[in-house]
Design a protein. Structure first.
Length: 219
């Protein structure tokens, strides 16, 4: 009986280690890929510059934002600091949740989804925390890494770098349309980055497979 118990514990530990390794690999790969692309864009392109990768529907378009949803801003610099600190606290909470999921051998799909969300959040936090210090501005110039004159802002006031643009469908609203009649529409208009994609993929996965991930709960 004792031998069976130790075998069971050993197998669980191995499974936990394998799952935690997968989670760490996912987080590391996404953060590294996200930052490599952002640094390349920041040090090779000016704001508004773009490269067409596949025709008119996949474009690398360099833009920056303050890291707030839909480009909204509030409370000026204080709001930016508050948002960054809130995100750091959220990542700590997500990390704690992820560790508990792994310890309790929860579904691998859920662990992967939470890992994606965490990696994406960390990727954008890096921009917000240090990019204002380690880069100068990108207006009408290509930014330098660690410029002698200092960065374009202070710590916690960096801007998030976006570059992935997929204007797959372009057209015009019909004249009879109640809103924006005759005006151009583009789908998909937002410009985003790898970190944003990871967060979106993780959230969508949890929503789609929630019954499988949380089947121990009663609906």
């Amino acid at each position: 009986m004792t031998n069976h118990f130790f075998i069971f514990v050993g197998v669980n530990r191995i499974k936990t280690m394998r799952t935690s390794t997968k989670a760490l690999i996912i987080i590391a790969v996404i953060i590294i890929a996200d930052q490599i692309l952002k640094v390349w864009v920041k040090t090779n392109m000016m704001l508004g510059q773009e490269y067409q990768i596949f025709g008119d529907w996949f474009i690398i378009h360099f833009t920056e934002n303050n890291g707030m949803a839909f480009g909204l801003e509030f409370w000026g610099k204080r709001g930016k600091i508050f948002l960054t600190l809130f995100r750091i606290a959220a990542v700590i909470g997500i990390g704690w949740y992820l560790v508990n999921l792994i310890r309790h051998s929860k579904p691998t799909g859920l662990i992967v989804s939470v890992s994606l969300i965490m990696a994406g959040a960390v990727g954008n936090i890096i921009d917000s925390v240090i990019y204002g210090v380690v880069f100068n501005h990108s207006f009408h110039q290509i930014a330098e890494f660690m410029p002698e004159a200092g960065g374009y802002s202070s710590i916690f006031h960096g801007k998030v770098v976006d570059m992935l643009y997929f204007p797959v469908i372009k057209g015009y609203y019909p004249e009879w349309f109640p809103f924006n009649a005759g005006r151009q529409f583009i789908f998909f208009r937002p410009v985003f980055n790898i970190a944003d994609s990871a967060i979106t993929a993780g959230v969508i996965s949890i929503l789609v497979f929630q019954k499988r991930f949380f089947k121990h709960y009663h609906y």
